[in-house]
Design a protein around this ligand. Sequence first.
Ligand code: ADE
Length: 359
Amino acid sequence: MSPIEPSNSYKQKTEPKPIKAIEIKENKPKSRLTAENINQAENQAEITLRPSSLDEYIGQERLKKILMIGISAALKRGDSSSMGHILLYGPPGLGKTTCAFLLSKLIGSQAHIFSAPSLDKPKDIVGVLMSLQKDDILFIDEIHRLNKITEELLYPPMEDYCLDLSSGNGASTRITRLPLPKFILVGATTKLGNISAPLRDRFTHIQKMEFYQEADLITIANRTARILNFDLSPEASKMIATRSRGTPRITNRLCRLVRDFSAHKNTNLASAEVVEEAFTLFQIDECGLENTDREILKTLIENYNGGPAGLETLAATIGEDARTLEDFYEPFLMQLGFLERTSKGRKATPKAYQYLGYS
Ligand code: ADE
């Protein structure tokens, strides 16, 4: 069989390696995540708590409304995928994957969940595209991390629902256009600014996921406690909500810690006292700051005179990965007004000095 490779009519510097058609079909991409087969224990726990309908999905009211309008209009046209591709951006843990699952449920199709780094070879994305059925949701997390070749391979499927495969080489190169079922790409990113304009412009909806309000996080904490089979007093759920950094994934994590701590205390009711004691032990303060957050601010203040300090320098000083610092810790510290990102680096604000007891 002659080598068949994904064609890339868009200019690229590196040619993808030839791929045999048979390889494409047989190749299963690495770390494929599906509703049944999520590969991390943390995600497995999240699935149990994940809302299974839009009604159960608390918060993000504007986004829900926009998605509902898009879906119902598309359904009226009798063509779900005509709602177009969706790009969701915002800090981690706000429910981007959950949105993809809920969309597939509403449409009555399957969600195929991937992370961009697992699609690093052209054959990975080709294999995924060829396995889609009509109206399926293809969810790509951290879509800003797709390599250029894979990204450009996605353009014809996004635009025309077809895959251009080239065979032969040099003057005898032939392009075969394979039709694909109509699908919806849901891209998720923590860094909208790192998405190239050609990719960004192919999404119909570009929506921001907002941090959650305290009232919504209280409702989520109560729901999670119900599913995990323990009781939270009203003060206790409020305490969990205020320490959740605006993020339901953290609410769920804190609920699990509190459940275990209550079990250790031989009670099924997590009262304010029990929760207070748990958070003191876990060193989670009243704003939801944990040790690493405080270390970031203290390092800036004590080692760099409040900053500015470069991201890599700061990360190396506290022994944390620069991306984790940037994507997970910093957004909330900025939201609280404790940290500033400037062109020269990170700075602790006067509010951070005050909060940590520095003059
Ligand atoms: N668990 C995580 N996110 C949630 C949400 N938005 N609503 C309900 N439960 C959740």
